[in-house]
Design a protein around this ligand. Structure first.
Ligand code: F0G
Length: 357
């Protein structure tokens, strides 16, 4: 058996990249599509989870970072910059380390999980905290890249979407066709735009017969695509999607409209509850933002008896975007003490404590 080669080598002919581009890769992509018996049972649909936390740095960002960093190196960049709520910066730092580029991270002050910050720093990034939101960091990153010798690797750089569209390719390759519905969390809106690009190209090339409805879910306190207006002070416990003015706004709206899908908001309570239910029912531990799609599906199913008709007998893919280990502090809040009892190494005592005896 051969090893998965990473998204550039697996899909090179289908990506708009300079010919012969040397890949900077950690063998990202090729992530599991895991059937959710739990969600399939609730919705009477065939529900699959695209588990993007299985990527090398723990989120879907690696798909677009292999292309972005490969191109930055190809073009002679010496330094790369991104604005990030944490996952982009972790990914950029890892790929930049491999490519010998200097990574510079612009992070909203105090709003990034410790694990994501650790990834960036351990891979050698310089982290600059910015007084402001992600949206301010992105403006700053664009300005820096315009005026100084540093390459911008946020998803406003179209080479990121080239890599990220491979998520759609993998799903079609596995299922044999596109699903009926694709559900995912939306923050800066690069991922929904990339999936739509991938599904559209596969349909044009005859690799699939259809394109899915794209259903994007945002956190209620940071839901500009639902209200139709930028949010000045976005707020959510799902810090990865705490974004008030998504850069790929127009592409995302086009994806929703052309696909017959749409955007909806879920509360933090619904997001955190979905995160825990997914972990317990399906054995898949995701970070809070990653659970927004599952939360949205659950909220829709709970909205009334007519909801079932939207899901029943259909094939649904839910992208869960990042690993649960990215933010254990938030995950543990409702859990309380992890260890309830301490015993001597004695089977009878442990059995009594566990209620086995
Ligand atoms: N899920 C996770 C875990 C994320 O980290 C992000 C975005 C999203 C969903 C939303 O994806 O922005 O393409 O709509 N994280 C970015 C970052 C903003 O800086 O890591 P999107």
């Amino acid at each position: 058996t051969r090893q998965w080669r990473g998204v550039i080598e697996e899909y090179r002919d289908l990506l708009d990249l300079p010919s012969g581009l040397a890949a900077v890769t950690l063998r990202e992509g090729g992530t599991p599509l895991v059937r959710s018996d739990w969600l399939s049972g609730l919705s009477h649909a065939e529900v699959w989870l695209k588990v993007e936390g299985d990527n090398p740095t723990g989120s879907f960002k690696d798909r677009g970072m292999t292309t972005a960093i490969s191109l930055a190196r190809h073009e002679g960049a010496e330094a790369v910059v991104c604005a990030s709520t944490g996952n982009t910066s972790a990914s950029m730092a890892a790929y930049a380390a491999r490519a010998g580029l200097k990574p510079l991270v612009l992070a909203p002050e105090g709003k990034i999980s410790a694990a994501k910050m650790a990834q960036a720093v351990v891979h050698g990034a310089q982290v600059i905290s910015v007084r402001g939101y992600f949206d301010d960091c992105l403006m700053l990153a664009r300005d820096l890249a315009d005026r100084y010798p540093v390459a911008l690797v946020n998803s406003v750089n179209p080479v990121r979407l080239e890599g990220q569209k491979t998520g759609a390719f993998e799903i079609v390759d596995f299922l044999g066709d596109a699903p009926d519905v694709h559900v995912l969390p939306v923050g800066n809106a690069g991922n929904i735009s990339a999936y739509w690009l991938g599904y559209t190209q596969y349909a044009e090339w005859g690799a699939s017969t259809r394109r899915p409805e794209m259903r994007g879910f945002q956190a209620a306190g940071a839901a500009p695509l639902v209200s139709g207006e930028p949010v000045r002070d976005p707020d959510t416990r799902a810090t990865a999607i705490r974004i008030g003015n998504p850069a790929s706004w127009h592409l995302a709206v086009a994806a929703a409209e052309q696909s017959g899908g749409g955007f909806a908001a879920v509360t933090d309570e619904q997001i955190l509850s979905a995160q825990h239910q997914l972990a317990r029912h399906d054995g898949v531990f995701v970070e809070p933002a990653s659970a927004a799609g599952v939360a949205g599906m659950l909220a829709d199913l709970a909205s009334g008896p007519e909801a079932l008709g939207r899901w029943e007998a259909r094939t649904v893919v839910v992208t869960v975007t990042g690993h649960g280990l990215k933010d254990t502090a938030t995950a543990l809040e409702p859990v309380g003490d992890i260890v309830d009892v301490v015993v001597d190494p004695d089977a009878d005592e442990a059995a009594a404590a566990a209620g086995l005896a």
